[in-house]
Ligand binder design. Structure first.
Ligand code: ZN
Length: 343
């Protein structure tokens, strides 16, 4: 591992941060059972591979990989450098020194190296203790070059904020990793609007320090990303940078938020929920409008049917009357019949 100018932080924080902040679920939980099953079968069939022991250097990274994965290492290195340049522009800062990235082609070796539990579908881990990124490079759940962008945001934030990282709520931290990483932007909002209409949102205070480990885990990431989008709509990256700069000086999150956005975390939640509700309303109105259109169509069809039925009845009545009239005209007078009959 290369030496870096990591900020000096208390040991207790380093230990606490690793177990809570960096849980990155890149796979939707609804696929959880199936993917765990597939993974278990593959692990049972595959022998344990060696740890990544070869290195590939670039300007800002050292990629550790296994012997036959040079191409994958080169792809990850390229993706990491691209993400690095992008983050340096967005955040206006970049960490000095090289960042180690470990690629594990064996899920079990990745798990043992990171302490990720067997049932957790974690595919990437960024640790503040050694400022390193570890990636499950088996590519069963996601490609490593996708994962590295998200994890790199964590490294940037650890290095920039040092021990003050704990003041940054987890939903903002992961939201920044999603937004500045490669997570699709519209998908998060769609998912949050869906949750708002369906089972409701998770209170932001509940995901300030930790994310749920159940099926709502992915929603916490989506909520975090939409909160970051909410902040970006009010001043873009320059204001996010101002917020992070204030946090770096050691002030509380609420103080930094109030100084940069003129609201605290409670008001942030209220305003963010209001925008989610507003954005959900058009679709609710659309649903209602669609229902109304269907209702009008059914009514129109019903009225049309009734109208046609009445018209048919009227025509039938008319025909009957005309037939009677015709009979009256053409039929011989009764006296003639009577006579005839008499004859
Ligand atoms: Zn993350």
């Amino acid at each position: 591992m290369t030496s870096r100018n990591a900020p000096r932080v208390p040991t207790r924080w380093r230990q606490a941060a690793c177990s809570t902040v960096f849980w990155y679920n890149h796979v939707r939980m609804k696929h959880r059972f199936r993917t765990v099953l597939v993974l278990a079968l593959l692990l049972a069939a595959a022998p344990l591979r060696a740890a990544p022991d070869r290195t590939l250097d670039s300007l800002h990274f050292t990629v550790y990989y296994e012997g036959d994965r040079l191409f994958q290492a080169e792809t990850v290195r390229l993706s990491a450098e691209t993400s690095y340049a992008k983050l340096r522009d967005l955040l206006g800062w970049a960490p000095p020194g090289k960042i180690p990235i470990f690629l594990y082609t064996d899920r079990e070796a990745f798990r043992q190296s990171t302490g990720v539990k067997r049932k957790e579908l974690v595919v990437g881990v960024a640790t503040s203790a050694d400022d390193a990124i570890r990636i499950d490079a088996a590519s069963l759940f996601d490609s490593p070059d996708n994962i590295v962008g998200h994890e790199l945001v964590h490294i940037f934030l650890f290095r920039f904020l040092g021990s003050n990282i704990n003041e940054l709520p987890l939903y903002i931290h992961e939201g920044l990793a999603q937004e500045a990483g490669n997570a699709p932007k519209a998908a998060a909002l769609t998912a949050v609007i869906g949750a708002w209409k369906d089972r409701g949102l998770i209170p932001l205070s509940d995901i300030r320090r930790d994310f749920p480990r159940d099926d709502t885990g992915h929603l916490a990431y989506d909520q975090g990303q939409t909160v970051v989008q909410f902040l970006l709509e009010r001043g873009g990256w320059p204001r996010i940078r101002a917020l992070l700069n204030l946090l770096r000086t050691g002030v509380s999150f609420d103080t930094a938020l109030r100084q940069t956005y003129s609201f605290d975390s409670k008001e942030l939640e209220t305003a963010w929920r209001a925008t989610i509700r507003q954005r959900a309303q058009p679709s609710l109105w659309n649903d209602a409008a669609t229902g109304a259109v269907v209702g009008v169509m059914v009514l129109a069809l019903g009225l049309g049917y009734l109208g046609k039925r009445k018209k048919r009845q009227r025509l039938a009545r008319q025909e009957a009357e005309e037939a009677v009239e015709e009979m009256e005209v053409t039929a011989p007078p009764s006296w003639w019949k009577e006579d005839e009959w008499k004859v």
